[in-house]
Design a binder for this molecule. Structure first.
Ligand code: SF4
Length: 343
């Protein structure tokens, strides 16, 4: 069994049922593995004092976050590639913030959503990640690469709601106070708009967990053209799911909008977006399109981007203009998967 898929409660239960031990040893193991990054937890005093338990656990329990095989740096931004036990590889990105770092994790190898502007979408789908393969990215980011990661965003390879159970379990493991201790309010799940996943999350009663939706067009024809998921769950269904979602007190949705020149960046498109948002509490991230293979398109020019942002800002919408980081190492939004293709 891989420790990285356990919450403290789950590990305590395992120790109780299988080894007649409990919370004392589970907490010691969590301190060593999750807090200190020491995979050899047998060296901890609690386990040295319990040689029979250590002997019973040896060979049955392991810390396996996957092997980091390549690391790319651009200024403070870091992209790393992890090789999984079956030889497949995933990408994660560490983004510097003012006081700490944000880790962008993958939830699948490839993706079946097929968004046109996304390199991962062009790769197709290989498989979903296990819980430990998701949490292993945080382990490697913190302990193998030594980064001070306090934020996690599910914006890497894959559609998180297409791997719902593993992603939600990984969120609980990341949130475990005696372990990684990432606050739910510092974890963001980003979806392309899989409505059943939004509805399922709504029923889970995790009000502080943050939800982001990749919108990219507020017109069904345009959106279906660049995001096939819209053919199954069009904007009306997406809006209803967001309206029904139980946000915490002052919570907001994060909407992401990639600006593609001549496709979705006119004032008419901004007006449709403003109508779609209506009274929804949102923060809107505007991101210039990053070039990807297989999709002939260009980023909007600065002037169009400012005009688009100003139109929405004047209508009371909180807009963040994000200048894409990490283009040279293919770590920009929608570019994950490109490095592996080049090898
Ligand atoms: Fe999948 Fe997200 Fe890329 Fe769409 S944008 S293809 S959901 S990884």
């Amino acid at each position: 069994m891989n420790i990285l898929e356990y919450t403290l409660e789950g590990l305590t239960r395992y120790f109780e049922l299988e080894h007649n031990k409990g919370n004392f040893h589970a907490r010691a193991l969590f301190r060593e593995v999750f807090k200190k990054g020491n995979p050899d937890f047998f060296s901890a005093p609690e386990f040295r004092a319990s040689p029979r338990l250590s002997a019973a656990l040896a060979g049955r329990i392991k810390t396996d976050p996957g092997k980091v095989v390549r690391v790319f740096e651009e200024e403070n931004l870091t992209k790393f590639i992890t090789r999984l036990s079956d030889g497949l590889e995933i990408e994660s990105v560490i983004i510097p913030m003012t006081r700490y770092q944000t880790l962008c994790v993958s939830s699948q190898v490839g993706c079946r959503m097929g968004c046109r502007f996304c390199e991962t979408g062009q790769m197709g789908f290989r498989r979903s990640l296990l819980v430990s393969e998701i949490t292993g990215q945080l382990y490697n980011g913190r302990h193998t690469l030594g980064k001070n990661i306090k934020n996690v965003v599910f914006m890497g390879m894959g559609e998180p709601f297409d791997n719902f159970d593993a992603v939600m379990k990984a969120v609980l493991v990341m949130n475990e106070q005696k372990g990684f201790d990432v606050a739910l309010s510092h974890i963001t799940i980003s979806t392309a708009g899989l409505v059943p996943g939004i509805n399922r999350l709504a029923r889970m009663n995790l009000p502080n967990l943050r939800l982001a939706v990749s919108v990219n067009a507020a017109d069904d024809k345009i959106r279906s053209g660049i995001m096939p998921v819209n053919r199954t769950y069009p904007l009306k269904a997406l809006k209803k799911a967001l309206k029904d979602f139980p946000l915490s007190g002052r919570g907001t949705f994060l909407l992401e909008y990639i600006l593609i020149r001549g496709v979705n960046d006119s004032l008419g498109h901004a007006q449709k977006l403003s109508e779609f948002i209506g009274s929804l509490p949102v923060r809107l991230n505007l991101i210039p399109f990053n070039p990807v293979s297989g999709f002939e398109a260009h980023p909007s020019c600065d002037e169009d981007m400012h005009r688009f942002a100003a139109y929405l800002g004047e209508r009371g919408i909180f807009v963040i203009k994000r200048w894409s980081k990490g283009r040279s190492v293919s770590a920009g939004c929608g570019q994950l998967g490109k490095t592996m293709d080049q090898d």
